[in-house]
Write a protein that binds this ligand. Sequence first.
Ligand SMILES: [Zn+2]
Length: 278
Amino acid sequence: MLPIHLALVPVANLNFSDVAQVSAAIQKQIIRDFTPLWAIEATIDAFPRIDDVPVGYWPIYVVDTFDKGGQHKTRHHQPFGLVAAGSSWSLAASHEALEMLADPSGDRLVAGASPMDQARVEFLLEVCDPCQGDAQAYTVNGILVSDFCTPEYFDPLGVTGARYSYTGSLTGPHQVLPGGYLSWRDPVTENWFQQRIVDGNPDFKPLGKIQPGALMSLRATIDKESAPDRPLSNLKLTPAIKRANRARANADRAAIEQAKPMKAFLRTLRGKRSRRSK
Ligand SMILES: [Zn+2]
């Protein structure tokens, strides 16, 4: 299998050590959680500067603005992602990375039974959107990452009793959780529709006909029209975010304790060399 290489690059003023830790958490998420379910292999690495990104890597830039988040295409039609540098930017970075891996074009449609009263429809393959809320997010190394759908979620047959998202938050195919959404196209009328959850009930919104502009994918076009109420990058202190913050603090404390004897040992090595060189 030819692996995909992603690059996580801070453009906003971020501590590079944080960027490296988020990149390591997403790498662990990809190899441990995502690849076994989607059979897509990928690496993700942090690079301090745009100039450092090797040719052939798909970059995800962490930027200062909430404008134009999501996935885009370069002039030569290669995907890149934009993520805003907020309090929960690791969740948005994980979301973009996984969606980019599952559908690099941002245009893939999968057939299935309509959630509305329609004939067979085509769903846009966005693997994080239906379960994108922070209540479904989980932590890797204490870093908040996104839950994601499994292939069974998009299975045209709608198999019951399968695993529909990594954390098990989704309990059926084409289900949407609060804070999430699912978009599809009706081939009969050529109109697009979107399902969300409003006050606990499914809400169906017609989006009309959608024609992506140049260098725009269906995903970028639809995300622009249906920008989330709360950008994933900058979530408030919800219970889920507080839990994640505690997990991060515990992971950091364990890492610092683990480092202490190793630092002392490494200091003794330095001491030996400087004594010998005298
Ligand atoms: Zn998405």
